[in-house]
Design a protein. Structure first.
Length: 317
């Protein structure tokens, strides 16, 4: 399909400027769901940006453009900021806020010690404030995990990678698409898979993100989500019936263990909303913490651990 044909289906593309002279790509900093992610610079403002380069494919483009429309309208401290959209040939350049602290999964892997409960409490509070915002704007993220939580150098948590997010357009705010990352997937999302032997033509809503944030809490405490030692497809068959939780619950406070347990309530109708969770005693404690200082310190320690590892590796030669 030519660009002109794409333009007939998606008129916004005909108005999308070429990035030449507007965006400077500096280096590859990661790989997203649809292509490489670069550190870049907007020449007009000299602002640094994260540039996701997506090859145009009709079957994915509609969702990508819907994602952009949502992000353009967002104004929340815990959501990555949209900074521009460009088109070069068949590549769509999506410019987003550059989070200098990196993705949370990279941070916890670089740290030699487990995260503290104060760090986890701060992360959960900020993340769930972001979830509360998108849920009240009728959006399900559908892929919540540490790899999609980003930190700025100022210690702010940002929800990112809305590539599989869904606008809740059904009468009861429910989706019927089987999508996400297996280990973090809610039972009701697994049950909606039309090819699954256990499918009951189920649907799901924003409560699926609450399950995923509970699994993410376990992930950052244990450095792995539950069932991560088995094949993803096998995990899908176990999640709906297994009792999931922290590997060593006695190492954590009762409030944290309880917080995870209510996030992982099997029945989504009984599972709390993001707003409910913000009133849970575990997250109420976050209001007494200097969250920015706690998370900034965590980022600096992770960066230092990376530098030390590089120095040791260089010293081996």
């Amino acid at each position: 399909m030519s660009i002109q044909q794409f333009g007939k289906k998606f008129p916004i593309l005909l108005k999308t400027p070429n990035p030449k002279g507007a965006v400077e790509l500096i280096e590859v900093i990661g790989k997203g769901n649809y292509g490489n992610v670069y550190k870049g610079r907007l020449t007009a403002t000299n602002e640094m940006t994260a540039v996701k380069v997506v090859l145009l494919k009709e079957e994915e483009l509609r969702e990508t453009l819907l994602e952009m429309e949502f992000l353009k309208s967002c104004n929340h401290k815990n959501i990555t900021k949209f900074m521009g959209l460009f088109l070069k040939g068949f590549d769509l350049w999506i410019c987003m806020e550059l989070c200098g602290g990196g993705a949370l999964d990279s941070i916890y892997r670089n740290l030699r010690k487990p995260l503290t409960e104060d760090q986890i409490c701060s992360i959960m509070f900020e993340s769930i404030e972001g979830l509360d915002y998108i849920h009240k704007n009728a959006i399900i993220h559908r892929d919540i995990k540490a790899g999609n939580l980003f930190l700025t150098d100022r210690g702010e948590i940002k929800l990112g990678d809305f590539g599989v997010s869904a606008k809740l357009q059904h009468a009861y705010g429910r989706a019927r698409t089987f999508i996400g990352t297996p280990y973090w997937m809610a039972p009701e999302v697994i049950m909606c898979d039309p090819e699954s032997p256990s499918s009951v033509n189920a649907s799901y809503n924003s409560k699926a993100d609450i399950w995923s944030i509970g699994i993410t809490a376990i992930e950052i405490a244990d450095k792995n989500p539950p069932l991560s030692d088995i094949h993803p497809m096998r995990a899908l068959t176990l999640i709906p019936t297994s009792e999931l939780g922290l590997a060593k619950p006695k190492n954590w406070s009762k409030l944290f263990v309880e917080f995870i347990a209510i996030c992982l309530t099997k029945d989504p109708n009984r599972r709390p909303s993001a707003e409910d969770l913000l009133n849970h005693p575990f997250l109420q404690r976050a209001k007494t913490l200097r969250r920015d200082a706690i998370l900034t310190d965590m980022i600096q320690k992770a960066k230092m651990a990376t530098k030390n590892c590089i120095t040791i590796c260089i010293g081996c030669y």
